[in-house]
Design a binder for this molecule. Structure first.
Ligand code: SF4
Length: 172
């Protein structure tokens, strides 16, 4: 016991430093998205996030977009509390039977023009939940989808790249 205590006094911390956020690359992605959204809408981009049955892993990455590292609001990307204020629905998870009607209503409540992005392997095609009795299908089985962003979960940079691709598709 004494040996263990002494060793713990002189051991280096077991934790490792967080990876660098790639500040320059993030800045470029954010500024690109900001410019495309301003060109398309003449204003900032409003996003409503919808969890249609995810494990919350995708939500952690989406929430990270608003943390002090990514802070996407500085690029004019806003997460809104109502689909009535949204341009884009960011939908995660396989759509469960319990959430199917809620997702359909959310889509109906979003004003035109609107775009839907299916996020994560589950949103794109049920992922690890494929075949579950609780699942109605991927997002595109329930509402029209404009863009798929695969990954389990997709990282914040991949989400930004996907949103840039969506702006390009909408402007075409
Ligand atoms: S894609 Fe992965 S992280 Fe996202 S909801 Fe499915 S299992 Fe969870």
């Amino acid at each position: 016991m004494r040996t263990l205590l002494l060793r713990s006094l002189f051991m280096r911390p077991a934790t490792t430093a967080a990876p660098a956020a790639g500040a320059a690359a993030l800045e470029e992605l954010g500024r690109t998205l900001e410019a495309r959204a301003r060109k398309l809408f003449g204003r900032s981009l409003a996003i409503r996030e919808v969890d249609a049955g995810s494990c919350n892993g995708c939500e952690l990455e989406i929430h990270a977009l608003n943390n002090p590292v990514y802070d996407v609001e500085r690029f004019g990307v806003r997460f809104v509390a109502s689909p009535r204020h949204a341009d884009v629905l960011l939908v995660t998870g396989p759509v469960t039977h319990n959430m199917k009607v809620a997702l359909e209503r959310t889509y109906a409540a979003t004003p035109d023009p609107k775009w839907v992005v299916a996020v994560g392997d589950c949103g794109c095609g049920c992922g690890v939940f494929a075949g579950s009795y609780a699942v109605a299908g991927g997002v595109d089985q329930v509402i029209p989808v404009d863009l798929h962003i695969p990954g389990c979960p997709p990282r914040p940079a991949a989400l930004l790249e996907g949103l840039i691709a969506l702006m390009d598709k909408a402007a075409a």
